[in-house]
Design a protein. Structure first.
Length: 80
């Protein structure tokens, strides 16, 4: 089965499921292209999400530092 055939069948199923799961099916429809792209490329945004979470953690831990040098020293120590 190709991705295009699966996408058509999935859209048909979503039309039937929309009666019972309106909000959930709307979310899936809004992200259907990205969902199908996973099966083409076999990649996810998990690595980038992890990097972004790490940056947010560093920024949260940096609140209260008086200057950028202290923040940088604290940031470097998190990685080692």
């Amino acid at each position: 089965m190709t991705v295009k055939i699966a996408q058509v069948k999935f859209k048909d199923w979503l039309n039937h499921a929309q009666i019972f799961f309106k909000e959930s099916t709307l979310t899936i429809v809004n992200h259907l292209e990205e969902i199908c792209n996973y099966f083409v490329n076999r990649t996810t945004s998990g690595v980038m999400s992890g990097i972004n979470n790490r940056i947010k953690l560093i920024m949260r831990q940096g609140y209260g530092f008086s200057n950028a040098r202290q923040f940088s020293l604290a940031r470097i120590s998190l990685f080692f």
